[in-house]
Ligand binder design. Structure first.
Ligand code: ADP
Ligand code: MG
Length: 186
């Protein structure tokens, strides 16, 4: 496994979704998960969820009225997904570059090794979502992880994760900061 990320700069967060086409195929789900780990993202939170039609409509409201909107909403509500909060020095742009272009046929031609180039099925069923800016990331993380406080995470977890004091829990599929020896006694 890749060595833990140690970063001199503050970690940036992004929201990644593994869409229903990925989750429907366990090998694709596992391959994308391994891509996340091998690119040394820290998985801050991860959960399986289902997105209803109303939630999907709200999540993609910037696309309301586009010709693909209804199809997109139906697809996002069609089966379980995995949502991840990912941390990295440059999480937003790194995750988007690993995903590849939105349109699968373009991805296959121009970046065949990207996630969408390798696993995407159609322009709608394109395997993953990634926030397109730090502001979108904050909004989208709050949308899918309302219980998560970014501010508290930066105060309490980020410094330890950034210093490399981290272990990966394969069972929970997340990285956790190591608790300093004896800390639980104080
Ligand atoms: P991205 O997911 O790369 O940020 P957009 O925000 O433009 O792309 O679009 C959101 C999602 O809508 C895409 O990931 C894809 O599932 C769907 N989509 C976008 N453009 C099209 C299209 N031309 N035809 C079908 N589906 C599309
Ligand atoms: Mg987008």
């Amino acid at each position: 496994m890749a060595p833990p990320l140690r970063s001199a700069r503050p970690l940036q967060l992004t929201l990644a979704l593994l869409k229903p086409d990925a989750v429907a195929h366990p090998l694709v789900l596992e391959a994308v998960h391994q891509t996340i780990l091998s690119n040394r993202f820290l998985i801050v939170r991860a959960k399986e969820l289902r997105c209803g039609r109303d939630e999907s409509r709200r999540f993609y409201r910037e696309h309301a009225g586009r010709f693909f909107y209804q199809r997109l909403v139906e697809f996002m509500a069609s089966g379980p997904m995995w949502a991840y909060i990912l941390a990295h020095e440059n999480a937003v742009s790194l995750w988007r570059s690993l995903m590849g272009p939105t349109k699968v046929f373009r991805a296959r031609n121009s970046v065949p090794d990207s996630i969408r180039g390798a696993y995407g099925l159609t322009d709608t069923r394109n395997t993953t979502h990634g926030s397109d800016s730090p502001a979108s990331a904050s909004r989208e993380i709050a949308f899918f992880f309302p219980e998560f406080s970014e501010q508290r995470w930066y105060e309490q977890e980020e410094p330890r994760l950034r210093g490399g004091r981290v272990f990966y829990s394969a069972e929970e599929r997340v990285h956790r900061p190591c608790i300093p020896a004896g800390a639980e006694l104080t």
